[in-house]
Design a protein around this ligand. Sequence first.
Ligand SMILES: [Zn+2]
Length: 189
Amino acid sequence: MRDNGVSNSEYGSEYGSEYGSRCGLIPAPSGRAYRVSSPAANAMVTREFADELRGALERFAIEAGFDGRRTVAIFFKPGVFGHHQLGRAADVYAVGGVGIDQWKRRWDDACMRAARTADPAARQVVTKTEPVTNLGWRLYKALQRYGRWAQPYGYPIQLFGPWTRAEGPWKYISDRLLRAHHDHIHVAK
Ligand SMILES: [Zn+2]
């Protein structure tokens, strides 16, 4: 099944079959300013992917004001298709104890509130506060800025989430793929 050149599996699953073994995979690591709160089995990844992920997550956490004494929790759930079979992908479902879908709802509510507000000063409070306090959006942007994710030939960069259509990198994401990522952020390397 293809849609805008992207298969149902985020990236053609034919890729995975030749590597059956999950040997050599490690749990997505915690950093100093963030910690992985999900079971290790939820994100078993290659060392290369683990390093890329840790770098981006650490920068996200530090920029968002967390540190070694006050860490932010990152929660993964297992994925099944494509890069996941190789340990080269991970799905983040929650940050700071709040689901990605809830962060997105909060984001949309703030946008609507700002649009309805006639007073420019009051609108600024909303438009300036939300990008600072919304950890879901911040995480998405940090992964976009600081991670070098896979871009298989003929496929878009492998970063998808509820903000993809608005923020990129692949603004032409199909409705179906966008719906499939309404509650998590997928990255692959
Ligand atoms: Zn995924």
